[in-house]
Design a protein around this ligand. Sequence first.
Ligand SMILES: *Cc1c(COP(=O)(O)O)cnc(C)c1O
Length: 488
Amino acid sequence: MRSHLLNDLTAEHYRRSVTEGVERVAAQLATVKRPFTGITVDALAPRIDAVDLDAPLGDTTAALDELQEIYLRDAVYFHHPRYLAHLNCPVAIPAVLGEAVLSAVNSSLDTWDQSAGGTLIERRLIDWTAARIGLGPAADGVFTSGGTQSNLQALLLAREEAEPGRAGWEGSQNLGRLRVFVSEAGHFSVRKAAKLLGLGPDAVVPVPVDHDRRMHTVALARALERCRRDGLVPMAVVATAGTTDFGSIDPLPEIAELAAQYGTWLHVDAAYGCGLLVSPTRRALLDGIERADSVTVDYHKSFFQPVSSSAVLVRDAAVLRHATYHAEYLNPRRMVAERIPNQVDKSLQTTRRFDALKLWLTLRVMGADGVGRLFDQVCDLAAEGWRMLAADPRFDVVTQPQLSTLVFRYVPAAVTDPAEIDRANLHARKALFASGDAVVAGTKVAGRHYLKFTLLNPETTTGDLAAVLDLIAGHAEQYLGESLDRAS
Ligand SMILES: *Cc1c(COP(=O)(O)O)cnc(C)c1O
């Protein structure tokens, strides 16, 4: 069994195994004709349940054969041009290469003595990202598992920074007085973070959005004023640079102004919009982000990186001390004086993947402009898609996109009952998924069911969008036809 552990003696086995796996995936990718096979839970679960985990196959080829049946054949493939659902991107090959390297070397980024060069590479990428944002010379940050964790950490720092120096602050019994302002279109991880941070049930104040789903700054100003008047503490304003549904970017300069006026931490959730940092044509959409106290970026959304690859950046490195705890066995306090760079001092995680390597190789092979041009292409595609939808009487489209999502719904001329239209759209999404021809997402707007395209694949064409819209209309019409039959 020792032959299965990677070391100098097993290099040949490693090479053969991994190559065989790569060959399988490459062959599979070549045969994928649809983003999904449409397999159901009921069909797939018994196959996975039937595997006897206590009876190993002992052989890579056999294990890959089995994997083909239980996973590869029926996986949802994000690289397919008609996968249009969530914020999943096709992945850059240099990043996939990075994934292979990082898991083989298996550095753990918590301490210098477990990662050496990896620590420095991660730090360079943090500095690079902070410079792109414009956070200034004292900036710092750390890679995280995703936007959810980045938002949690940012709000932890905001909570700790809200505490000292505030009149009447008496520690934890005052957690209930802290308020976090985020737009109605912001991400639910903000509410989850508030819960984890022990804030009260009313801690997250939803701020209304305008017609374009951007935070209403007049409403924010009013909410901040009300907070102050009520003797509550405005802990943070979370501006979203690219909302998950609409790709809308909150008015960052105005929000930064208000945050400064009320002495409130400004967090910018750019989990989705961070791709603009490298866009050759659209960087200006992020103007104002440089005034943030902290920023979330998800490279695994708009930098074409495999899951996971994310970071939280801060304007002032010193605030990361709120995440610093020392353990004698790992990162004793004296190491700080010795200037040994232990990334665990900045992170919520301990053992941590060297995800930064993927971005590093991507930048070294493709360059930032190369990544940015790809993101520009999907934003251009979304603009085209919006024109198509706006001109198509079968559909109602919600907002003109700033990034690369489209929220719309099928609206048959002959049907006026909004609940029936809801059902037709829900049915269309489900039927499309079951067919495997395309995968789209859904969301609710003003209580009604809508469909969503999230475009992150530069291979997707307007022809694909047109074809998927026809499929959606077809499924919805079929549903409505059958619904009429049922009624009569
Ligand atoms: C996706 C997303 C998140 C959560 O990021 P994960 O990487 O999925 O944890 C947070 N905020 C926004 C705006 C997002 O789109």
